[in-house]
Design a protein around this ligand. Structure first.
Ligand code: SF4
Ligand code: SF4
Length: 128
């Protein structure tokens, strides 16, 4: 099953992605590439492109709703790690739903997480 986020990317093109400046300071253990950030206020940075009327993170690769991924996945800010896709862990995610709807995409459902090729489940329910 392809992860639904790899056909989406909507949340990376909907919210302002702001986080503490230390996340982009290597000497403090921060891994976010500083050149992809901009100063938001004395305490926070934002991913470039997200502090805009029509946000799109500079690190987002691909086309929203078709094929998209984070170009700095292993180095992405903490706020990005906290966004969960709806139903991956059994509950809706308001951020995911809001971003997808804003891009004209349907919200995810539990069915989006079913693997049609999962051989561990019988294709036809067994009768008693
Ligand atoms: S978390 Fe939701 S909105 Fe964000 S990329 Fe995944 S499916 Fe899309
Ligand atoms: S850093 Fe990556 S996960 Fe975070 S908003 Fe940008 S593209 Fe999305």
């Amino acid at each position: 099953m392809q992860h639904p986020c790899l056909r989406c990317g909507a949340c990376c093109a909907h919210f302002r992605v702001a986080f503490h400046w230390s996340e982009a300071e290597a000497f403090l253990g921060g891994g976010v590439p500083p050149e992809l950030t901009e100063k938001l206020d004395p305490h926070r940075l934002a991913m470039r492109g997200t502090n805009a009327a029509q946000p799109r993170c500079v690190a987002l690769q691909g086309t929203v709703g078709v094929a998209a991924h984070c170009g700095i996945y292993a180095q992405r800010p903490s706020v990005c790690r906290e966004v969960q896709p709806s139903w991956e862990f059994g509950a809706i995610s308001p951020q995911c739903d809001k971003a997808r709807l804003a891009h004209g995409l349907p919200v995810l459902t539990p069915e989006d997480w079913l693997d049609p090729f999962d051989a561990s489940e019988p294709p036809i329910p067994q009768s008693a």
